[in-house]
Ligand binder design. Sequence first.
Ligand SMILES: CC(C)(COP(=O)(O)OP(=O)(O)OC[C@H]1O[C@@H](n2cnc3c(N)ncnc32)[C@H](O)[C@@H]1OP(=O)(O)O)[C@@H](O)C(=O)NCCC(=O)NCCS
Length: 145
Amino acid sequence: MPTIRPATPADSPQWLALRLALWDDHTEEEMLAEMKTLRQDPQQAVFLAEENGVLIGFAETSLRKYADGCDTSPVGYLEGWYVAPEHRRTGIGSALVRAAETWARAQGCHEMASDTWLENETSIRAHLHLGYEEAERLVHFTKKI
Ligand SMILES: CC(C)(COP(=O)(O)OP(=O)(O)OC[C@H]1O[C@@H](n2cnc3c(N)ncnc32)[C@H](O)[C@@H]1OP(=O)(O)O)[C@@H](O)C(=O)NCCC(=O)NCCS
């Protein structure tokens, strides 16, 4: 099992590559600015999975004041979750989420929340596997005015 640990500034190049694999609609510049803010914000935390010096997954978490379906405040929120394809189904994703949950508990949270796309069946199954319950399904609308 790889090491699960918090991110350090030296991780930025590999962490960036993993983030770009998950969120391909962002530019590198946007990502780097976001990562810098994230690292300096005590309300957010990043956990990385490292194997033989190579980063193979991450979980980003934050404290949110409210989350749909939760009764307490603040709650830990799973903002980003990714494991490199060749390392999936070996428990790394679960280990990353457990690290995020431990962090949120240490910040005083009693609940975790998360979201995913309706069609992301893998993510839905992985959430359910970790004890998450579906709270609601949303449809977003837009209109030019
Ligand atoms: C979601 C993701 C992070 C899970 O990482 P992972 O390392 O494969 O997770 P785990 O190995 O800990 O899997 C835990 C459980 O989730 C379920 N699961 C995970 N992938 C699954 C799949 N493809 N099909 C069915 N169930 C799956 C299983 O119950 C699995 O337990 P099992 O292997 O003992 O059956 C990974 O699939 C991923 O990076 N997906 C692409 C990015 C993404 O969708 N991120 C989530 C956005 S919210």
